[in-house]
Every structure is written in C-alpha cells, then in structure tokens.
Design a binder for this molecule. Structure first.
Ligand SMILES: [Zn+2]
Ligand SMILES: [Zn+2]
Length: 118
C-alpha cells in the first residue's frame, strides 16, 4: 500500500498497518492531508485528492499513503505522520531520496578510495 523501501522495512513497527489505517481513515477521512508540505506548488491549502477518486491534474486513481515528515520510519508519532496521495508523497520524498542516494554514492567513493590506499 505505502511505498516502503525494502531496506527500510525492518524499521517500521509491527503494527504499522494499523497505525497507517488509523491515520488515513480516522484522522484524514481518506483525504490527502498535505497542506503544501510536498512543495509541488500545485495546490493551495489542503490537497483535494481523496482515496479512490481521480487525482486532480492527472485523473489517475488516488491511493493514499502515509508519509513520515522526518523520513524516519520508526518515528510513528501522529505529529510525524501525514496521509498523502502518491503524488504529494513522492514529491515530498524526492529531495530526501536524492540526498540519500548522493550520501550513499559519496560513501562508496570514499570506501573505494580507502581500499585503493590499503
Ligand atoms: Zn496530495
Ligand atoms: Zn501536496
């Protein structure tokens, strides 16, 4: 349901499915809770996307996910969680993923350099 990256799966709590459902159903009422945090700049105020309805702009069916605002899957404090449509969630995570990929690449280069020196 939510785009959990395989390397992060173990960092989610065992009751993540229940937490995620509670956020999306009870708190968000199956509407995207993004109020601009995604930085897409395509919606003013709260995102109008609703679970199962056509997404604005694209018309593809909305699937709500739950985003971690600090990108730490183990931090499931409700304040750290936002129900987000896939577009908002992907956009919100995109910069973070780019930074993570860059950090990994830098580390690999450093490791390679150390191996050459050894
Ligand atoms: Zn949205
Ligand atoms: Zn948004």
């Amino acid at each position: 349901m939510s785009p959990i990256r395989p390397e992060n799966r173990a960092r989610y709590p065992k009751n993540w499915r229940q937490i995620s459902l509670t956020i999306r159903a009870d708190r968000a009422g199956w509407r995207c809770e993004c109020a601009g945090e995604c930085g897409r700049g395509t919606h003013d105020g709260r995102c109008p996307n609703r679970q199962g309805y056509p997404a604005y702009g694209t018309g593809s069916r909305v699937v709500l996910t739950v985003a971690h605002l600090d990108h730490a899957p183990e931090n499931c404090d409700p304040d750290n969680l936002r129900a987000m449509c896939q577009a908002c969630h992907l956009h919100y995570d995109r910069d973070h993923h780019a930074q993570t990929a860059r950090a990994t690449r830098d580390q690999q280069l450093r490791d390679a350099g150390q191996m050459e020196l050894a």
